[in-house]
Design a protein around this ligand. Structure first.
Ligand SMILES: [Zn+2]
Length: 293
């Protein structure tokens, strides 16, 4: 199917190859566990971590999503203006285009993984894949704190850990935290993205020479994380639409899904390895395999 698409159409494909038309479709906000809530749309995931000292929001989505996020936060009984910290899964427009707007509305501090900082501060122009695609650019947004692998983000007793899981973007971030419920402490993993997008060059990528090694590092990290609650940057990663109605039916929460997490990581790693082998094979078939791509 991709063979019939032109280069412009390919590069304009959405960040995670899901149905774009559900990105701005409202979804009911809900409590996942403890102080962790879902406040995203059907297609774009946002998480609110509430504390007595204000709240942490993960992802800003498209600018068109900001009113939806706000409505979800308020429907849960929290104040949008109490958001003190804004984080992202990775520097792609469907997760960070609304960041400038949210900073303006809330005064939140924007904290971004080091290797994604130049992308968000250039409004997407510094992205290795989509920097020249006008429709994927967005308002440049100043970062208030540069994060590094393993850094902690703390507020009012809540603690999130930033894991560098690069490849999909150079600073793609998987967030972990702990939640307490029924006297048990459980591990939450919010996956940044393991996807190889259409058009990504894994071999001979002059704008991202280490991309394949970074994907391999990312899969090592994902496999090393302890996961009870399996979440991610898009609800499609963890089957949100299937799990949500089951959650309402009773406990235990369907979002506690360590097996689903392991299976997801395995399937995505296989997809990466298949694409890497395909691209290496194409290079091998060229007359001058060592020539610049
Ligand atoms: Zn993406």
């Amino acid at each position: 199917m991709t063979a019939v698409l032109g280069i412009a159409a390919l590069s304009a494909l959405n960040c995670d190859v899901a149905a774009q038309n559900d990105w701005t479709e409202p979804f009911p906000p809900f409590k996942i566990a403890d102080n962790l809530y879902y406040v995203g749309s059907k297609g774009l995931a946002n998480y609110l971590i509430t504390t007595p000292k204000g709240h942490i929001l993960i992802n800003s989505d498209l600018e068109a999503n900001v009113p939806l996020i706000r409505a979800s936060v308020e429907k849960l009984g929290f104040k949008f203006s109490d958001i003190k910290i804004l984080l992202i899964s990775h520097a792609h427009w469907d997760h960070d285009a609304g960041s400038a707007m949210i900073k303006n509305l809330t005064g939140a501090k924007y904290m971004v993984m080091d290797a994604d900082v130049s992308v968000v501060e250039s409004g997407g122009k510094d992205d290795f894949q989509y920097g020249n695609v006008t429709e994927n650019l967005y308002p440049a947004t100043k970062v208030d704190r540069v994060l590094h692998d393993g850094d902690k983000v703390e507020l009012g007793g809540a603690e999130l850990v930033a894991h560098l899981t690069p490849g999909h973007t150079k600073g793609c971030t998987t967030w972990t935290m702990k939640v307490k419920e029924d006297g048990k402490t459980r591990d939450v993993v919010i996956v940044g993205s393991p996807n190889v997008n259409p058009g990504y060059k894994l071999v001979g990528n002059t704008l991202y020479p280490g991309i394949a090694e970074d994907y391999e590092r990312m899969f090592r990290v994902l496999k090393s994380l302890r996961c009870d609650y399996f979440l991610g940057a898009h609800g499609s990663y963890f089957g949100m639409e299937d799990k949500y109605p089951r959650m309402k039916a009773g406990s235990p929460s369907p979002f506690i899904d360590p097996d689903g997490y392991r299976e997801f990581v395995t399937v995505k790693e296989q997809a990466f390895q298949t694409e890497l082998a395909r691209q290496k094979g194409e290079v091998g078939k060229m007359d001058k395999p060592g020539s610049e791509q």
